[in-house]
Design a binder for this molecule. Structure first.
Ligand code: PLP
Length: 450
């Protein structure tokens, strides 16, 4: 089938996620293959993958060890889910995940996507208190601009404005505290912003702790809500407040886990120990849909005992604990160990930081927020006043379209351009990517300020 026919069929039959289909029809992209950090479309154009697909292709594409592990597993069994039964790769993977996760996490519950892993965390935290007979603790606290997924439960405990606008009466209420964003605060003193943020949380907990089951936070850095970094000490402070007020701490490592921020998990930056932690994306190196919700023995024990219907945890899907996915994840973790990928990622992050200095100096770059290889570049009309571009200009989107034309794929979040290269990108590839990033930003900010 030729490219034009494929495009026509895609227009006729498909509906793409988070996409205005008119944008797709105007600027179509159909990926055919991938190799290392490069993607190729059906016309033969090559692109550097500056977004690790959707923040998950840690090693890029066609990593031999993962391909081999999947093929080997195919020869044994591809999939079986039997309620009340485990399978071999999922057991071996659970052990490895507990080895690398922060203490005292000790139990693994599998699922198929990041959103589901958080949905599970919410249901577990809710039911934990119910099982203990503390019936009033039913609410969740979240940070402004928090993103935990797009299912009804995760939209409810997240605070992405557009979701709440569109799906208003479908969602349940969460208690929202402001995210302590240094760039968007009138004080540029990190400690001031941190202390103010923690005081607001303390005030909320003092008033409502008897109703609060859990608090959910993205780990150290928010992703989809604008690539915002917590000030130093904030997450540790959140942990202390959760302990003081007997509230379960749910940390979402879906985007930040598996080396993305220069540590295996971002909680390690502040030695934080969640009650529940979620992971997905990089868990299989970006190959197959596996996610996991890890809990402590304290949480697990509230569900454990002789058969008692009310204590069963009511969750599980057709593909939960899929053998192919777990085999891919095991191979992925082996590569992390053999290639010392986390240490490498942290060295590469330093290099990217140096490269981004030149981008920082551009006229319309208001802020660059980077933790490891997770970067967001905020474009503004006026750097002095931080005045944004009129949203209808879609300057972020236009800059990423230009980047695509120049040979790199990445993604805008409004006027924040995301840069999340595969951890396996070489220094040279990173240099090429940052150059395209810069050119795309220069082009769009010049074009739209004429
Ligand atoms: N949590 C966070 C922090 C995320 O960034 C995402 C996705 O970007 C999710 C949850 C949802 O993950 P998924 O897209 O796999 O459902």
């Amino acid at each position: 089938m030729n490219p034009q026919q494929l495009f026509e069929k895609s227009k006729k039959y498909m509906w793409l996620p988070f996409t205005q289909m008119t944008d797709y029809e105007r600027d179509p992209l159909i990926i055919e293959s991938g190799d290392g950090v490069r993607l190729k479309d059906i016309y033969g154009n090559e692109y550097l993958d500056g977004n690790s697909s959707l923040w998950l292709n840690v090693h890029g594409h066609r990593k031999k060890e993962i391909n081999d592990a999947i093929i080997k597993q195919l020869d044994t069994i591809a999939h079986s889910t039997l309620l009340g039964a485990a399978n071999v790769p999922s057991i071996l993977l659970a052990e490895k995940l507990i080895e690398i996760a922060p203490e005292p996490l000790s139990r693994v519950f599998y699922s198929d996507s990041g959103a589901e892993s958080v949905e599970i965390a919410v249901k577990m935290a809710y039911q934990y208190w119910q099982n203990k007979g503390i019936k009033g603790k039913t609410k969740f606290v979240t940070l402004s601009n928090g993103y935990h997924g797009d299912t009804v439960g995760t939209m409810s405990i997240g605070s992405i404005e557009i979701y709440h606008k569109v799906y208003t009466s479908l969602l349940f209420d969460a208690l929202v505290v402001p995210f302590p964003s240094v760039y968007h605060h009138e004080s540029s003193d990190e400690q001031v912003v941190c202390q103010e943020g923690l005081q607001l949380l303390r005030d909320l907990f003092e008033e409502h702790h008897e109703e609060i089951a859990g608090m959910s936070v993205e780990s150290m850095m928010q992703g989809a809500g604008g690539m915002n970094i917590m000030p130093k000490g904030y997450l540790k402070g959140v942990e202390a407040l959760c302990r003081e007020f007997d509230i379960l701490l749910i940390v979402d490592e879906v985007a930040t886990g598996f080396g993305r921020t220069g540590k295996m998990f971002a909680v390690e930056h502040e030695d934080v120990h969640p009650d529940i932690m979620t992971m997905a994306k990089g868990i299989t190196g970006g190959y197959l849909p596996v996610a996991a919700t890890l809990t402590t023995e304290k949480v697990y024990e509230a569900f454990y005992g002789e058969y008692e219907e009310m204590k069963t945890f009511f969750h599980g899907h057709s593909y939960t604990g899929n053998q192919l996915g777990c085999a891919a994840a095991l191979a992925n973790l082996e590569i992390f160990k053999n290639e010392k990928l986390v240490e490498q990622a942290s060295q590469k992050a330093e290099y990217v930081k140096e490269l981004l200095q030149e981008v920082k100096d551009l006229e319309h770059v208001g802020d660059i927020r980077q933790l490891g290889l997770m970067c967001g570049i905020e474009l503004v009309k006026d750097c002095q006043t931080k005045e944004p571009f009129p949203w209808e200009l879609r300057v972020g989107y236009q800059s990423t379209l230009k980047m695509r034309e120049l040979g790199m794929i990445t993604r805008p979040l409004g006027d924040v351009v995301v840069f999340m290269p595969p951890l396996a990108a070489t220094f040279e590839e990173l240099k090429d990517m940052v150059e395209i990033l810069k050119q795309g930003i220069i082009w769009a900010t010049t074009e739209y300020t004429k």
